[in-house]
Design a protein around this ligand. Structure first.
Ligand SMILES: C[S@@+](CC[C@H](N)C(=O)[O-])C[C@H]1O[C@@H](n2cnc3c(N)ncnc32)[C@H](O)[C@@H]1O
Length: 275
C-alpha cells in the first residue's frame, strides 16, 4: 500500500470523519450525478459488482437494491464503518478495506463501478491494469469523475475567492496529482484506460446543477468542512482563515435564491469494456 500512503492517511484522518458526518448531505447533493451514472452502468440482477472507493456505501446499497451482488472496497476505515452499519441483514453487500490499486482480484466481476473514487491513485495506469484483472471476459467499467474546477462553479466560485489567501506554491501544482480533479483531461483518462487494457472507452460530458444548501449559512458550513474548498482551507488558520471564509461567503452570496444555493457541475461519465 506504500504508493497510496498519502491518500490512505488522508482518508483515514479528518477527511474520512467529515465525509461520515456529511454523508447524507453529500448523497443528496450528488444524487443527480449518481442517478445518471447508475443508469449508464445498466446493472442487472445477479451481476457481480465492485464499487471502487465506495466510501460510506451509498452507491453500493443502491446497486444491491437493483439486484446486484456488490463488493464495496475502500481504504478509509471510518467510511467503511459507516457503510457496514448500513448493511442490515443484506447478503448481497460486503465492504472491505482494500486498496483498489494493489488488491489481488479474481477475474469474475461483471462491473467495476465508482462514484468519484478512482482519481486518487499514485500510479493510475498501474491501478487500472490491476482493476482490469477483476473483470470477467465480457465485464465493463463505469465511473464518474470531475471535469476541471473552472467548469464546476459549485467549487470554482468559492475557490477563486479564497485564492489570494493561500500561500503561493513553490512549484506549480500538477493538475494530474491524485485528487478530485486529477481526471479532468479526457485524453489523459483515455490514455490511462488504454494502458490498463480497456477497450470501447467513452467519456460522456455530463452537466447538471447541484443543490449545495438551503441557505448561505448552510453552504458555508458545509463547504468549509468537506470537499475541495475544505482541502484548500486546511492550510489556513486564525484571521487568515476567517478572511478567506468571508471572501468565499461574499462570492457565493450573489448566487443564493429563494431555493437556496444551486450551482453548476460538470463531470465525465466514463464507460469502457474489458476488451
Ligand atoms: C470522493 S470520495 C467518494 C466516496 C464515495 N464513492 C461517494 O461517492 O460517496 C473518494 C473515496 O475513494 C477512496 N479511495 C481513495 N483511494 C483509494 C484506493 N486506492 N482504493 C480504494 N479506495 C480509495 C477514499 O477513501 C474515498 O472514500
Amino acid at each position: 500500500m506504500a504508493g497510496n500512503r498519502e491518500q490512505i492517511d488522508y482518508w483515514n484522518g479528518e477527511a474520512g470523519e467529515t465525509w461520515v458526518t456529511a454523508q447524507e448531505r453529500l448523497d443528496a447533493m450528488l444524487a443527480p450525478i449518481s442517478n445518471a451514472l447508475i443508469e449508464r452502468a445498466g446493472v442487472r440482477t445477479g451481476e457481480r459488482v465492485i464499487d471502487i472507493g465506495c466510501g460510506c456505501g451509498t452507491t453500493s446499497i443502491e446497486l444491491a437494491g437493483r439486484g446486484a451482488h456488490v463488493w464495496g472496497i475502500d481504504i478509509s476505515e471510518p467510511m467503511l464503518d459507516r457503510a457496514r452499519s448500513r448493511i442490515g441483514g443484506s447478503k448481497s453487500l460486503a465492504f472491505s478495506r482494500v486498496d483498489a490499486a494493489e488488491a489481488d482480484f479474481t477475474p469474475d466481476h461483471d462491473l467495476l463501478f465508482s462514484r468519484f473514487g478512482v482519481m486518487f491513485f499514485a500510479d493510475p495506469p498501474a491501478a487500472f491494469r490491476n482493476l482490469h484483472s477483476a473483470l470477467a471476459t465480457d465485464g465493463r467499467l463505469a465511473f464518474v469523475c470531475w471535469q476541471a474546477p473552472r467548469d464546476n462553479p459549485w467549487v470554482a466560485i468559492a475557490g477563486r475567492a479564497i485564492q489570494p489567501f493561500l500561500s503561493e506554491p513553490e512549484v506549480e501544482p500538477d493538475p494530474k496529482a491524485p485528487g478530485p480533479f486529477a481526471f479532468a483531461d479526457p485524453d489523459y483518462v483515455r490514455g490511462i484506460l488504454d494502458a490498463g487494457g480497456f477497450t470501447a472507452v467513452e467519456l460522456e460530458d455530463f452537466r447538471t446543477t447541484l443543490h449545495l444548501a438551503d441557505s448561505l449559512e448552510e453552504a458555508m458550513d458545509f463547504q468549509g468542512q468537506v470537499g475541495p474548498l475544505a482541502r484548500a482551507l486546511a492550510e489556513l488558520e486564525g484571521e487568515r482563515r476567517e478572511a478567506a471564509l468571508g471572501a468565499a461567503r461574499n462570492a457565493l452570496a450573489g448566487h443564493v435564491t429563494d431555493a437556496g444555493l444551486d450551482l453548476g457541475a460538470a463531470c465525465w461519465i466514463v464507460s469502457a469494456r474489458r476488451g
